[in-house]
Design a protein around this ligand. Structure first.
Ligand code: FAD
Ligand code: A2P
Length: 272
């Protein structure tokens, strides 16, 4: 007698801390974003990062730090990622599809949080490349608009195409049913490129130092009484922006000692 085999779903690999990919969008050949399910128990502050990854060839988790690009209230988690051609993680991560699983270690940490800044009137988000990710979270965070009168998002990339994720996000905020009204006209967006012509050009450091960004947006120069800043980019960028902010009189803060500005690495690897 032939036994009938039960029809089953294809087996899912059981990973520790596994989450399921729900959507993926490729923005350029070097940049993509994706969303995954959120563990019910995961609590985080908008702007923090977690460790995510895939199982490596040896069967051990291959994990990297990633800023959570979605706000704390979102049902899912969003990430914005580079594709490093020979990168141990991203050479594989770039091929994920909806239904695939990734590993997520649910221990969020980071300094780009509202708690690490003293109260102020204007909040500056200063990012290069994928350093936009924590601000993709914070631009969708209601606290950002409750705490500040004006938020200025400066994002700089080499080429126009690299600005696409940030631009689409900012444009979507106006009509967002949850956050649109809060955002109102409080958010000023200042995207610039350095190696391809676009509406606004130049490095963030230069545009702050020569006053171009203040002139273009009709703003007064930075004042430590009123201005607060969060910075996320390469080590060289962070280093140079810190010097600019200190010249304006802002002091670096931390979770343990809230002050005028905070800094996080967008990635490690270009040493200074
Ligand atoms: P790795 O071996 O990790 O990196 C190889 C080289 O690629 C590095 O030495 C560096 O030169 C370059 N590189 C790595 N990441 C980047 C990047 N993001 N942009 C430009 N060059 C890079 N990466 C993201 O894509 N999105 C994030 O939100 C993000 N958040 C981070 C938060 C923190 C606190 C830190 C420390 C890093 C973050 N990173 C982020 C970088 C991330 O951890 C990995 O380095 C990246 O995913 C590449 O992994 P990999 O294994 O493929 O290559
Ligand atoms: P530039 O093209 O003038 O080097 P990268 O892709 O090298 O990480 O750079 C991303 C963006 O950050 C580029 O527009 C780059 O400008 C800018 N950038 C890189 N290093 C610095 C720095 N030390 N200070 C200010 N901007 C920087």
């Amino acid at each position: 007698m032939t036994e009938l085999m039960p029809v089953t779903e294809p087996a899912k690999i059981i990973l520790p801390d596994a989450q399921t990919v729900t959507s993926v969008k490729h923005w350029t050949d070097r940049l993509f974003s994706f969303r995954v399910t959120r563990p019910a128990s995961l609590r985080f502050r908008s702007g923090e990062f977690v460790m995510i990854g895939l199982l490596g060839d040896t069967g051990k988790p291959l994990l990297r730090a990633y800023s959570i690009a979605s706000p704390a209230w979102d049902d899912e988690l969003e990430f914005y990622s580079i594709k490093v051609p020979d990168g141990p993680l991203t050479s594989r991560l770039q091929h994920i599809k909806p239904g695939d699983q990734i590993i997520l270690r649910p221990k969020p940490v980071g300094t780009l949080v509202h708690d690490a800044l003293l109260p102020g009137k204007r909040l500056w988000f200063l990012a290069t490349g994928t350093g936009l990710a924590p601000f993709a979270s914070l631009m969708r965070e209601p606290d950002t608009y409750d705490k500040y009168d004006q938020i200025i998002m400066m994002h700089t990339c080499r080429e126009v195409a690299e600005l696409a994720y940030g631009r689409a996000l900012v444009e979507s905020l106006k009509d967002d049913p949850l956050i649109g009204e809060l955002v109102g006209d409080k958010l000023l967006y200042y995207p610039t490129t350095t190696r391809e012509p676009s509406q606004f050009m130049g490095r963030i450091t230069d545009n702050l130092t020569n006053g171009k960004v203040f002139a273009d947006l009709g703003l007064s120069p930075m004042d430590p009484e009123e201005d607060r800043a969060m910075v996320c980019g390469s080590l060289a960028f962070n280093h140079d922006v810190k010097a600019v902010l200190e010249k304006f009189g802002l002091r670096e803060g931390a979770n343990s000692e809230p002050l005028d500005y905070v800094v996080e690495k967008a990635f490690v690897g270009d040493g200074i």
